[in-house]
Design a protein around this ligand. Sequence first.
Ligand code: GDP
Ligand code: GDP
Length: 438
Amino acid sequence: MKPIVAVVGRPNVGKSTLVNRLAQTSEAIVHETRGVTRDRSYHDADWAGREFTIVDTGGIESLKSEDVFSGSIRDQALAAAEEAAVILMVVDGRTGVTEEDETVARLLRRVDKPVFLLVNKLDNPDREGERLWEYSSLGIGDPLPISALHGHGTGDLLDEVVALLPDEEREVDPFPDALGVAIIGRPNAGKSSLFNKMIGSERSIVSDVAGTTRDAIDTIVRRDARLYRMVDTAGIRKKSNVYENVEYYSMVRGLRAIDRADVALLVVDSSIGVTEQDQKVAALAIDRGCAVVVLLNKWDTLGEERLREQVMASVERRFTFATWAGVLRTSALTGRAVEKVWGMIDVAERARETKISTSRLNQFLTDLREFGHTVVDGKRRLRMHYMTQTGTKPPTFTLFVNHVELISDSYRRYIENRMRAKFGFGGTPIRLRFRKKD
Ligand code: GDP
Ligand code: GDP
């Protein structure tokens, strides 16, 4: 469970430059899932041994074009305040204070969280430092001079930020065996309606337990003999506040839910089709090792065949990196396919827990050598010596090869596809690692 550091400010002040700088300075986390769209707005970072997530609220705002609930700077700042542990407000040190800066500052002044005021683009702090004083008028503490571009001031900043991050809470989990399920998706996609329909009657609810963060509530549901932990249902069971309709809020909330989930149910609004936002959130879930089930909700609204085809086309276009994900056409309104969701969750999780013996894997490699094509580069020829499963949840495999650099993305995908053809893994991401062995 990583705390969130939110970067807010009007456009063009250098937010994304700063986020890139901070994420770069810290040890980058290596993602081995290939073909997944990397997200510009969310960055895993760590500094001095503390892990956190940096969120560039401006990156989310730039999704505006296709989003119905586009967040204004004001909404972004409010939502950031709601979810973040620490807030970084960025202003442009070359323009002086603008009206928009004042608007953002006014909101942040009322927030009961640490806020840093970063005066950016001071590439020569010695010469430009005297302009700092005018930013004090924003009323959110001492302005700190930085240059996101050159990195001046960012190390000190990170020291101060991590010192303020909350200690990780470790609570005793009364339901350690419950399967974690996160219901994610854009505002209004039908998450609450689906959840209510899925649990049918309140009788299936065993208990509510506090999640690991402030105001997160998990719902423990029993179906047959199995327990499910529906992660962070606070907003889902009862629309709790005005932020519910802010895209940023739903994204961050979803992200945190994914961190604690085994299976992510991605609820898509079929009347709109799969959006860039849906694509991003699916990629993030996969990155974090979740199985994924896509629910094309509001299917009942698609009267014409043409519309249904459009939605399916958007699935194909947006989820090229997750063709293995299960897809259901649901309607929380009519109940269509809602009962099937549980089955899909179970199938995906079973795949995610699959273990394959080394002998079967090496038989697979033998077949691959015999029927697959040969990878050569000049004199070098790829040899795959053996492979073994080195993890589950999701299944992770290590292949020992003579030349790791001969493994291209397309070859990696080829091996993954062959593995899926042979072993299944429907519903779950798998990871392939290559290690050198002569
Ligand atoms: P955002 O809209 O707030 O995310 O701003 P960007 O990060 O996209 O930056 C806007 C512009 O300011 C870009 O052209 C950056 O190269 C430039 N910029 C950002 N930080 C600095 C800095 O520290 N010094 C200078 N000179 N330019 C910067
Ligand atoms: P959330 O913000 O993702 O939790 O979405 P809600 O569950 O609050 O649903 C948003 C709106 O869509 C509500 O007016 C629902 O009644 C409606 N809705 C949800 N699911 C469906 C569905 O399958 N079909 C139709 N026609 N409307 C739906």
